[in-house]
Structure formats: structure tokens, C-alpha cells
Design a protein around this ligand. Structure first.
Ligand SMILES: Nc1ncnc2c1ncn2[C@@H]1O[C@H](COP(=O)(O)OP(=O)(O)OP(=O)(O)O)[C@@H](O)[C@H]1O
Ligand SMILES: [Mg+2]
Length: 426
């Protein structure tokens, strides 16, 4: 959809508002729109405003002419490749649309629900995950996964930092999303030099980001932010090698092909092609695998149950589904078809659990993440009382004792006050 008004051009994806009611004739920092909401955000240079359309929040970022359009195209291309990025919604150009000053362009993205800037993670530490080292580890793992995925697709970020990344809770881990693609470049493939350069920038930026929170929040001196950031290289190399390495296998080691596929699936990647090449050493074979997108478990869960989840969440849910099926098979002595098991698990276990979350607690954690926590809670409860507690008991106890203590994270307001949990929105 393209809407024009004297010098104003709004290009937006279908399924979103037309944004025509916003005061486009003024710079973003001089807006007084009743739609504005103050949301927490990372440290940044450009003016960013958030607006609320019936409970859906959009981020608007002012950028020099053409830069906004470039970032919009970049984000869209990344989304087409199923990379974890914020959703590009539109671009606004405003040549001569208002005051005497030339007005900058605006990039519109959809606010990523339940996403947190890294600094907020340090203030929202939950009882089970309260240590700084554990949190730093999860932040790094999330970033490494994101950077490796981008590099596999030939995307050079150029400005990877904690502030340009958003984090979503993912079954206890953190899934990282790219939020700022301004400096990015696409290449057919990246050279080792390009990857190393991107990693250098990342290490430097991450060290800076961790030092900032350490001093602002008065965190303990250990773990040392610089050492933590340096560890990114090791983690990155480990994952990159695991995904791209070539293996030599002997004539009676064909099982290694299957083993390698499984290892890649466990890491969350699907294998696109397996290439086996005869080596000069007679009967030895060289095994190469080409991974496509990450999201192996996510896609499997979606096809079985229609549920959208992140990779680790999907792993937890699939596991729970497998337990459910095994339990019934044991009880009946018959094998329940997987698709039937998926349907029954969805309607008998997953949906009732999510439906039990009271309205006023829904802004706290994503429903799928609640489900993961309930499963963990069930395990802890069973351990402490020395018998298997059922899902109903676990849900009741979790909702009474654990969830109320969790901070609101669907939308975190800038003054530190939790949002109203979306009460009053449509
Ligand atoms: N779609 C979104 N959902 C949630 N938060 C967002 C979104 N877009 C932007 N933000 C928040 O706004 C902050 C600033 O955005 P961004 O990094 O794109 O701005 P910038 O001014 O280009 O940054 P830089 O100084 O790195 O150039 C981000 O750190 C993030 O916290
Ligand atoms: Mg930024």
C-alpha cells in the first residue's frame, strides 16, 4: 500500500494501519501524539518513537533519506530467508511535507512482543536464573547463534552489538533478534576475513555493552566483561566448525553420515544437501553437509501442531508430546499415530495450561514460555514431594506462586513501570 499527501509518501505492508493520522509534518522528537508510548530500548543515535494501534506497537526510526528504504529492503530480505529480525512494516518519505527543515525518512518496524533489550535482562533476573555469569553465557550463546546464522547466509552485519540485538526468552535460553540492519551488506558468501572482521566488531561492542551495565547497575566485578566478550570468538568458532566441517569416513563407517545429520538437527539446523566425495586415499570418503536455515524443531512442531514457538521452546514441547504419547502407548498397549497424539496433546495438555493463565498475568511471559516453566515446575514439585504431581496441580501451583512474581515483559515501559499487561487494549 502506498499513500501520498503533499510531499509525504507512506509505503506500508498490507495488514497494518495506514499511519496517516500521525503528525508527519514534524520531526519525530517533537511529536505529541496520543498514540506515543514510552518503551524501554537499547542505546541508540537516531530518534526512535513507539506508537500504539489498538495494542499493536510499532517502532518508528528517523533516518537520512534513502537509508531508511535501504534498511527496510534489507530487513525484508532477511525475513524472507527466515532469519530472526524485527519485522519491517514500511518506510515514510517526507520531502517538503512540513516545516522549512528537510525532514528525515522514517523506518517503521513492528515492536517485537516479549523482546527485551539486554540491559532489561539484567534488571529482570528471575529467581531460577539470577546469576550474572549464567545470564552472560546465555546472552553470548544467543548472539553467536544469530551471527553464525547471518554469516551462513552471506550477511555481513558490520555493527553487531548488544544494543542492536533484542532477546526473547526461549525455554530458559535467550533467542537473539537483529534490530538494526543499517550497516549490513549481502554477499554471495562471506570470506573468512569478512567473518573475522564482523566478529572483531562484535567482541568490541559486546565488551562495551557489558561494561556499561556493570557500572550502571553496580554488578560485581566478576565475570569480567572483557573476558566474557572475548569468549564469543571461541563459541563462534565452535559452532561454525560444527556446521561447516568436512569429515573423512571409512568404508564401514556409513553410520557417521546419519550421526552427523542428527548432530546438526540437535543444534537446530536442517540439512539441505549431503555430499560424499571419494578421496585419493582409496576407500575413504569425504562427507560435506550443507545446512539450510536453523529452526529444525520449530518447523517440526509447527507442522505437527500448528504451534509457533522458538527453537528451544519447540524442543521442550516436542519432548512433552513424545512423553504424552509414550504414556498412552504404555497404558493401552497400542501405538498412537503421531498426528493423533499431537492433536490430543494439544487439546488435553497444552491448550488447557495456556487457558489457565489469568487475564491479568498474560503480559508477563509468552504463553509458550509459561508452558515450558510449568513443565519445569512440575518436575521440581514432584521432586520435593517425592511423587509425580499431575499437570493440573503443577499449573495451579505455578499460577499461584511463580507467575505473579515475574515482571511484565510483553511490553516494558521506559519508566520501569510494568505495562498494564495490555488491559484495555482491543
Ligand atoms: N521493532 C522493534 N521492537 C522492539 N524494540 C525496538 C524495535 N525497533 C527498535 N527498537 C529499540 O530501539 C532501539 C534503537 O533502535 P536502532 O538500534 O534501530 O536505532 P539506531 O539509532 O539506528 O541505533 P544505532 O545507534 O546503533 O545506529 C533498539 O536498541 C531497540 O531497543
Ligand atoms: Mg542501533
Amino acid at each position: 500500500m502506498v499513500a501520498r499527501r503533499r510531499g509525504l509518501r507512506i509505503l506500508a505492508r498490507p495488514g497494518h494501519p495506514d499511519f496517516l493520522d500521525l503528525p508527519w509534518d514534524r520531526p519525530l522528537d517533537r511529536w505529541r501524539s496520543e498514540r506515543s508510548v514510552e518503551v524501554v530500548r537499547g542505546v541508540h543515535r537516531h530518534v526512535v518513537q513507539f506508537v500504539d494501534y489498538g495494542g499493536t506497537i510499532y517502532a518508528l526510526k528517523e533516518l537520512p533519506p534513502r537509508v531508511a528504504e535501504r534498511e527496510y529492503r534489507m530487513l525484508r530480505k532477511m525475513a524472507e530467508e527466515e532469519l530472526p529480525v524485527v519485522e519491517a512494516v514500511g518506510v515514510v518519505t517526507r520531502s517538503g511535507a512540513g516545516s522549512d527543515d528537510p525532514l528525515e525518512d522514517v523506518l517503521i518496524t513492528r515492536y517485537l512482543d516479549y523482546s527485551l533489550p539486554y540491559r532489561t535482562l539484567f534488571t529482570h533476573r528471575r529467581a531460577a536464573t539470577s546469576d550474572v555469569r549464567g545470564l552472560s553465557d546465555r546472552l553470548l550463546d544467543g548472539m553467536v547463534m544469530l551471527l553464525v546464522r547471518l554469516h551462513l547466509f552471506g550477511f555481513f552485519w558490520g555493527d553487531c552489538s548488544l544494543n542492536n540485538t533484542l532477546f526473547r526468552r526461549d525455554a530458559g535460553a535467550l533467542a537473539a533478534y537483529l534490530v538494526d540492519a543499517e550497516t549490513g551488506e549481502w554477499h554471495a558468501t562471506l570470506t573468512d576475513g569478512q567473518r573475522a572482521a564482523d566478529l572483531d566488531v562484535t567482541v568490541l561492542n559486546v565488551a562495551g555493552g557489558l561494561l556499561d551495565v556493570q557500572s550502571q547497575l553496580g554488578l560485581p566485578p566478576e565475570p569480567d566483561p572483557i573476558e566474557t566478550a572475548e569468549d564469543l570468538r571461541r563459541r563462534y568458532d565452535q559452532l561454525w566448525t560444527e556446521l561447516t566441517t568436512e569429515e573423512v569416513i571409512g568404508p564401514d563407517e556409513r553410520y557417521k553420515i546419519e550421526a552427523r545429520m542428527r548432530r546438526l538437527n540437535d543444534l537446530g539446523f536442517d540439512v539441505d544437501e549431503v555430499e560424499i566425495v571419494q578421496t585419493d586415499e582409496g576407500d575413504r570418503l569425504l562427507l560435506r553437509t550443507a545446512v539450510t536455515e536453523a529452526g529444525h524443531h520449530r518447523r517440526r512442531l509447527l507442522s505437527l501442531s500448528g504451534l509457533e514457538a522458538q527453537e528451544n521452546q519447540a524442543r521442550v514441547l516436542l519432548n512433552d508430546l513424545a512423553n504424552f504419547r509414550a504414556y498412552h502407548d504404555r497404558k493401552t498397549g497400542k501405538t498412537m499415530p503421531e498426528i493423533v497424539a499431537a492433536y490430543r496433546w494439544l487439546t488435553e495438555v497444552f491448550e488447557p495450561t495456556v487457558a489457565a493463565i489469568p487475564e491479568h498475568l498474560r503480559g508477563k511471559l509468552e504463553p509458550v514460555e509459561v508452558f515450558h516453566e510449568v513443565i519445569e515446575h512440575k518436575w521440581f514439585l514432584s521432586e520435593s514431594v517425592g511423587r509425580d504431581v499431575g499437570i493440573d496441580e503443577a499449573v495451579a501451583s505455578y499460577i499461584a506462586d511463580v507467575l505473579p512474581e515475574a515482571p511484565d515483559e510483553r511490553l516494558v515501559l521506559a519508566d520501569g513501570e510494568p505495562s498494564a499487561g495490555w488491559i484495555g487494549y482491543g
